[in-house]
Design a protein around this ligand. Structure first.
Ligand code: NAG
Ligand code: NAG
Ligand code: NAG
Ligand code: NAG
Ligand code: NAG
Ligand code: NAG
Ligand code: NAG
Length: 346
């Protein structure tokens, strides 16, 4: 869009363009593949430029390349236009699951295998944008599947989610560029992907295809036979409530009609054969979280352990629509298996 706009400026006799960002872009300036001199400035800088334009009868401008800037801070941040949760049809599963490199991270592919956007004969096409998070995650999935060939898709997803991080390179909470606040669970899910940590997660939350059928039947929203591509009779399937799916994050609704909720989870040991994990919980504001048992002892690889998480409103229920965030962490001293918790008050 900006590239087309700059083309029109060029056709109209302009020599260069300055693209002024909108307030909702935060401090992010995206790199576009402009075909003639162009610069993109933040909203704050845009305001300065507009002020200069209105106060000067003969304004002038120059674009100076200051070299590639390394070590940008803060980083990573969530793009203002990154898709947000909750899923309006199913808030009982936190969405998004994770964030991954996308905007201003160059992803490249040979021109032979893809569309030729620029009309130039470049060997590679490079793109940047939130869509590029998906190929980055796909690459991590391929790496994990290569290293752990027996892992299910759910196990791979669990490994990526429970090892994701929530702090930026300065150790501060990852920021959301849309409003300049710390990114919450419905902005970044479990956090930013960490491929090396995901390769050795300690514990996984696994699911098999039948678990998803039980979950889909419990949602009562979709034609399960069409999704599964085979006949499913939901009244013969032991359906589960969505929050009971053995997911690596927890999301429940609490209110006057449901002051407490118990969710069950099962973890599988994929770390050291002999290991002991203790639970560490950050309670969501206004909610008490009880985990039973609060220690898990494993004696072999592949061993499974169950636990229950009971989430209860403390005191007066906050007003409807408010979301409280917390986390549940299984800590072995070597492995840190983290699940975000979202409680939405009804
Ligand atoms: C130009 O680059 C230098 C060295 O990287 C940096 O210190 C400086 O802040 C940059 N100036 C601007 C206006 O970005
Ligand atoms: C890219 O587009 C240009 C201009 O249309 C064309 O000459 C060139 O062959 C294309 N390159 C590839 C690899 O398709
Ligand atoms: C791209 O390469 C082809 C084949 O070498 C050439 O015919 C064409 O003119 C080139 N196009 C551009 C835009 O450079
Ligand atoms: C943009 O940067 C300014 C100056 O560092 C800061 O005050 C502001 O909070 C930042 N905005 C966002 C959305 O991060
Ligand atoms: C559900 O999907 C199956 C398989 O595509 C189809 O045969 C069936 O008619 C659908 N049922 C409803 C109620 O739409
Ligand atoms: C689904 O199962 C129920 C209970 O067993 C049965 O009554 C019903 O006829 C079945 N529906 C179909 C479409 O087979
Ligand atoms: C969760 O586990 C507890 C203890 O094993 C059990 O009593 C309860 O029925 C389970 N709840 C669900 C929804 O499966």
């Amino acid at each position: 869009m900006n590239v087309e706009a700059s083309d029109h400026v060029k056709k109209a006799g302009g020599v260069a363009v300055i693209i002024l960002s909108q307030w909702w872009m935060g401090n992010q300036t995206d790199a576009d593949a402009f075909l003639h001199p162009a610069s993109r400035v933040t909203y704050d800088d845009a305001e300065e430029i507009m002020k200069y334009l209105s106060q000067t009868s003969n304004p002038t401008a120059a674009i100076k390349f200051n070299g590639t800037q390394f070590g940008h801070r803060p980083a990573p941040v969530v793009s203002s236009f990154s898709n947000r949760g909750p899923n309006l049809f199913n808030g009982n599963i936190i969405k998004p699951d994770v964030i991954a490199p996308g905007s201003n991270i160059l992803a490249a592919w040979p021109t032979e295998v893809g569309p030729n956007h620029t009309g130039t004969n470049k060997t590679f096409i490079m793109v940047s944008g939130t869509s590029m998070a998906a190929p980055h995650v796909s690459g991590i999935v391929a790496l994990l599947k290569h290293n752990h060939q027996h892992w299910s898709p759910a196990a791979i997803k669990s490994a990526i989610m429970t090892t994701a991080y929530t702090k930026d390179r300065d150790g501060n909470p990852i920021k959301d560029q849309y409003e300049g606040e710390n990114a919450g669970v419905f902005t970044m899910g479990s956090g930013h992907v960490d491929p090396v940590a995901a390769n050795d997660p300690g514990l996984i939350y696994d699911n098999d295809p039948h678990d998803y059928i039980r979950y889909l039947c419990g949602m009562k929203l979709v034609n399960v036979s069409a999704v599964v591509r085979g006949p499913v009779n939901c009244s013969q399937v032991q359906a589960i409530e969505p929050e009971q799916l053995n997911y690596p994050s927890i999301s429940v609704y609490l209110g006057a009609k449901s002051v407490s909720k118990m969710v069950n989870r099962t973890v599988t040991n994929v770390g050291d054969a002999n290991s002991v994990y203790t639970v560490k919980v950050d309670n969501p504001e206004g909610v008490d979280v009880d985990v039973d048992p609060n220690t898990l002892t494993f004696n072999k690889e592949g061993e499974k352990q169950d636990f229950t998480v009971t989430l209860s409103i403390q005191g007066v229920s906050p007003k409807s629509g408010k979301v409280s965030e917390g986390q549940l962490l299984w800590d072995s001293g070597k492995y840190f298996v983290r699940s975000p918790i979202a409680v939405t008050f009804t």
